[in-house]
Ligand binder design. Structure first.
Ligand code: ADP
Ligand code: MG
Length: 304
């Protein structure tokens, strides 16, 4: 049974189609990334799948349960880490976790021990009694993730998990996500960072203006755009040096072109690198967008 199945899932706001008939499956145990620029419909998709907003049209099954009929059962087994934390500023790290456990119906006698276990696991034991608002951004995000795990969900939704975090905190959070995957938790995350999808996801759906334009493994997406092989050569001759790329249908063909060029120009080959296609190249070719679109942050973006 897939962890998530959607069929023509759609959300409109007035005349705006935020999510436009998307159909996809998330396999149990995988990390699935919804990758797209700001405004693509990522958050709206998560909000529909977690019961925060009702789909305008289409269907979805989450953990085998019908989204429209079985929402309470779905909620018992999923965890959600929203882009903006849902924890309480004035409650301590420990009290926030206990409060989350109350909401999820974790038995009272288990709460204290489980909260301390989670604090240790997220390296927040030293912040046990510190109010949420006084934690660093990275710690707030980690605690929000911990609070989403109090009831041991089988499926975790993460909306832009590392946005706004410094490099070190982002790295730590990604390591936590990888560890959860290792424990068998299915992970559905959204991101507008190509590199994040590439690092974390087993499969990636490219979402643009509410449409899924491609869905595959990172390798599969790369393989779609560039057939053949590219080599980069560093050449040195009397007139100076240059670095050039040659593309052929395989590495041998690309190398032949490079060597023919070197010979024709009377230059010597210093180094040769085989270039691997990047997810960025795949993204550009599959979406028709520039990679800069992904860098546009909210507010500064005029991308639909
Ligand atoms: N509550 C809402 N009312 C009206 N429009 C909305 C609402 N939520 C989102 N939108 C619009 O839907 C589109 C998709 O938004 P969103 O799902 O937040 O995108 P993303 O998370 O990919 O940045 C955007 O054009 C956004 O302005
Ligand atoms: Mg969003």
């Amino acid at each position: 049974m897939p962890a998530i199945e959607t069929e023509n899932l759609t959300k409109t706001y007035g005349s705006l189609i935020a999510v436009d008939h998307i159909s996809f499956e998330v396999r149990t145990g995988e990390v699935f990334a919804l990758l797209g620029p700001n405004g693509a419909g990522k958050t709206t998709t998560i909000r529909m799948l977690t019961g925060l907003t009702r789909p305008t049209a289409g269907d979805a099954r989450v953990l085998g349960f019908d989204l429209r009929r079985d929402l309470p059962r779905i909620k018992k087994h999923i965890g959600v880490v929203p882009e903006r934390s849902n924890l309480y500023d004035e409650l301590s790290a420990f009290d926030n976790l206990v409060f989350a456990m109350q909401l999820y119906g974790v038995p009272r006698r288990e709460r204290g021990a489980r909260a301390d276990e989670l604090l240790r696991r997220f390296r927040l034991e030293g912040k046990r009694d510190v109010p949420f608002a006084r934690l660093s951004r990275g710690m707030r995000r980690a605690l929000t993730l911990a609070a989403a795990l109090v009831h041991r969900p089988r499926l975790l939704f993460l909306d832009e998990p590392t946005v706004g975090l410094d490099v070190v905190s982002a790295h730590g959070l990604r390591a936590l996500i990888e560890r959860l995957r290792g424990e068998g938790v299915t992970i559905f995350l959204t991101t507008h960072y190509l590199e994040e999808a590439e690092r974390l996801a087993d499969r990636v759906a490219l979402l643009v203006q509410g449409h899924i334009v491609a869905l595959d493994t990172v390798e599969g997406l790369k393989a779609r755009v560039r057939r053949g092989s590219t080599v980069e050569v560093h050449l040195v001759g009397a007139a100076g040096e240059e670095r050039l790329c040659f593309h052929g249908e395989d590495t041998e063909a690309a190398l032949r072109l490079a060597l023919a060029h070197a010979e024709a120009e009377g230059k010597q080959v210093v180094t040769i690198n085989t270039l691997q296609p990047t997810l960025e190249e795949a993204f550009i070719e599959l979406t028709g967008l520039s990679a800069e679109v992904m860098l546009a942050e909210k507010g500064s973006s005029n991308v639909a």
